[in-house]
Design a protein around this ligand. Structure first.
Ligand SMILES: NC(=O)c1ccc[n+]([C@@H]2O[C@H](COP(=O)([O-])OP(=O)(O)OC[C@H]3O[C@@H](n4cnc5c(N)ncnc54)[C@H](OP(=O)(O)O)[C@@H]3O)[C@@H](O)[C@H]2O)c1
Length: 344
């Protein structure tokens, strides 16, 4: 009898209640790996903000064809090897995707098994546990990609919004490795001490329209009138304008998230007179522009940082795969503590 698995299916998007977009199916057939593919038994995967966007139908790379299985990243072990595969990984090897959702026809990681070309997997060292490995790709590689894009010299300042996010904390850790100083913007005062202890050089409390600290004035003071060398923004809306005002002339701001909605604002004068640049960062586009050789080199560099414990993700609530609706709700809660994981 054909082997069956549990898989989370999205048949229809739901903007208001993303958790309602989910169907749990326990009798999805497990496919035989095609030529060059291995079958990975997934053991842990995160619920990323991009997954929530995909349940809402707001994230194009994930939602071209329905029904689909969501899940961009995760960790597992090679369970069986298809014909023509097995040169790089044999049965039992622990692997992550780089990332997984390129395989839309096989679905994402919110299922027990996934078939993947072995060339698109990356080995996980023993010292990296499942909870860290599950969140190895999207956030840390985006941090590495944004540092690569901004090319900030040692000693210069990076300004970031949502600095208390999982990605923001990884940015604090990785920037330190490269000798870059960080100014984080957060919306909750109680996170300030925690982020300073985690290595942020300066932390400002500000959110929304114009409340909290004057970001541009404080950054001017901190950087001795120079402005931040570059900035990254996951919040958008008016936050983009407030960060751009704090960037040096000709500096670049990368918008990489849409925590406050689908639009952002900015001053024309910052662009016209100060020649500041606002552009987007997306991990898939960056991966494409990188080329395979450089991407593989940076994957190794970042995995080494994980293996040495220099870069880590904060682990939040953990749910079994079947409790995915609760996991999605936990992910969208303000003030949550760390990355929500689905384990089995
Ligand atoms: N473009 C790319 O390629 C790419 C790649 C990876 C990640 N991302 C984006 O990076 C962001 C962070 O991801 P993550 O996994 O680190 O998320 P996360 O750990 O869930 O953190 C989300 C953070 O956003 C803050 N936040 C939420 N809504 C906000 C608002 N309206 N104003 C200000 N802050 C707000 C939260 O603050 P509280 O702690 O106060 O709740 C929290 O610190 C997400 O937007 C994600 O989509 C983009």
């Amino acid at each position: 009898m054909a082997q069956k698995q549990t898989a989370i299916l999205v048949k229809e998007f739901n903007v208001e209640e993303p958790q309602a977009a989910i169907d749990i199916c326990t009798d999805v057939p497990v496919k035989t790996p095609a030529d060059g593919e291995v079958r990975v038994r997934l053991t842990c995967r995160p619920v990323d903000p991009a997954d929530v966007l995909s349940l809402q139908g707001h994230y194009p790379p994930m939602c071209q064809e329905l029904p689909t299985v969501p899940g961009i990243e995760g960790v597992g072990f090679v369970e069986s090897v298809g014909s023509g595969a097995g040169k790089k990984f044999s049965k039992g090897a622990r692997v992550v995707g780089t990332p997984f959702p390129l395989h839309l026809k096989n679905g994402g990681t919110w299922q027990q098994y996934i078939n993947v070309k072995e060339d698109e997997l990356f080995a996980v060292p023993q010292s990296v546990d499942d909870e860290q490995a599950a969140q190895f790709y999207i956030n840390p590689m985006s941090v590495r990609g944004m540092l690569d894009t901004l090319d900030i010299p040692r000693g210069e300042w990076l300004l970031q919004s949502a600095a208390g996010s999982n990605l923001g904390r990884m940015m604090i850790q990785m920037a330190k490795i490269f000798g870059i100083r960080t100014i984080g913007v957060i919306r909750r005062e109680e996170q300030k001490k925690e982020l300073l202890e985690a290595g942020a050089d300066e932390v400002l409390v500000a959110s929304g329209e114009s409340d909290g600290e004057d970001i541009a004035a404080r950054v001017k003071e901190i950087t001795k009138d120079q402005g931040a060398y570059g900035a990254i923004d996951a919040v958008a809306g008016v936050m983009t304008q407030r960060l751009l005002a704090a960037v040096r002339p000709k500096g670049t701001l990368l918008v990489y998230g849409l925590m406050s909605g689908l639009t952002f604002s900015g001053s024309i004068l910052d662009v016209l007179i100060e020649l500041k640049v606002i552009t987007g960062f997306h991990i898939d586009k960056w991966k494409q522009s990188c080329g395979r050789e450089k991407h593989q080199k940076l994957l190794k560099e970042v995995m080494d940082m994980f293996a040495e414990g220099k870069v880590t993700g904060v682990v939040g609530e953990t749910f079994p795969l079947e409790s995915v609706a609760e996991a999605v709700q936990a992910t969208t809660k303000a003030g949550k503590k760390g990355k929500v994981l689905l384990k089995d």
